[in-house]
Write a protein that binds this ligand. Structure first.
Ligand SMILES: [Zn+2]
Ligand SMILES: [Zn+2]
Length: 208
């Protein structure tokens, strides 16, 4: 089951994606499912059902929450969050309801040097506080550089965190660029979380 875990639509996020065009585009690029991860904003579950329509696409609710340590995607936590939380607070809240936390684009804008220096800095990068409080890391995000994704991959391996793919799509053509492929079919956010935790997935960056 091919899922894009990280998608923004307008007007809930500053995205150019019209929700009405999303399902069709998702099917066109071969997705079986996607997660709506607006910034500190949740969808009404009934509206999500309408959005999915008849095409057999699964649409899940996520949320991208701003913390003092960077952006975090959460699944299975459906409380409205306003303002900036500390990463510790968010962890506590999400853990209490059995949800999942993923560090989104953890090195976006961090790496301004070449690959050699990058290798030397995996240890240092792994010590960023955010990684102590998340279950996984986005290792493929189509809005960051290859080096930034590469660093996220190395850190996820070093720390044994889940390594996931989500496009962070803000434009229709970005939908489905970064795909998490589940071994089993899921129908609910709970099942999705279970499969991710059990590591029954692979991550793919779809090259054009
Ligand atoms: Zn973000
Ligand atoms: Zn995002």
């Amino acid at each position: 089951m091919r899922i894009d875990l990280h998608i923004h639509t307008r007007p809930r996020s500053c995205s150019a994606i019209d929700p009405g065009e999303l399902a069709q585009q998702a099917r066109r690029v071969g997705l079986d499912g996607l997660c709506l991860t607006e910034h500190n904003c949740l969808w009404d579950p009934r509206e999500i059902n309408e959005l999915a329509g008849e095409g057999g696409l699964c649409i899940f609710q996520g949320n991208e929450i701003t913390t003092n340590q960077g952006d975090v995607l959460v699944f299975g936590y459906e409380e409205k969050v306003t303002g900036v939380l500390t990463i510790q607070d968010l962890r506590k809240k999400v853990e209490a309801v059995g949800g999942l936390l993923i560090a989104a684009h953890p090195f976006r804008g961090f790496l301004l040097f070449g690959i050699t220096q990058l290798q030397m800095n995996v240890d240092q990068a792994s010590r960023r506080p955010i990684f102590q409080y998340v279950d996984g890391v986005e290792i493929f995000n189509c809005k960051v550089t290859e080096e930034e994704n590469e660093m996220a991959l190395r850190v996820s391996e070093r720390l044994g965190l889940l390594g996931l793919a989500g496009s962070d799509a803000h434009r229709l053509e970005e939908v489905g660029r970064c795909v998490t492929i589940l071994e089993r079919t899921v129908h609910t956010e709970r099942e999705l979380i279970e499969e991710l935790r059990a590591r029954r997935f692979t991550a793919e960056f779809v090259r054009k």
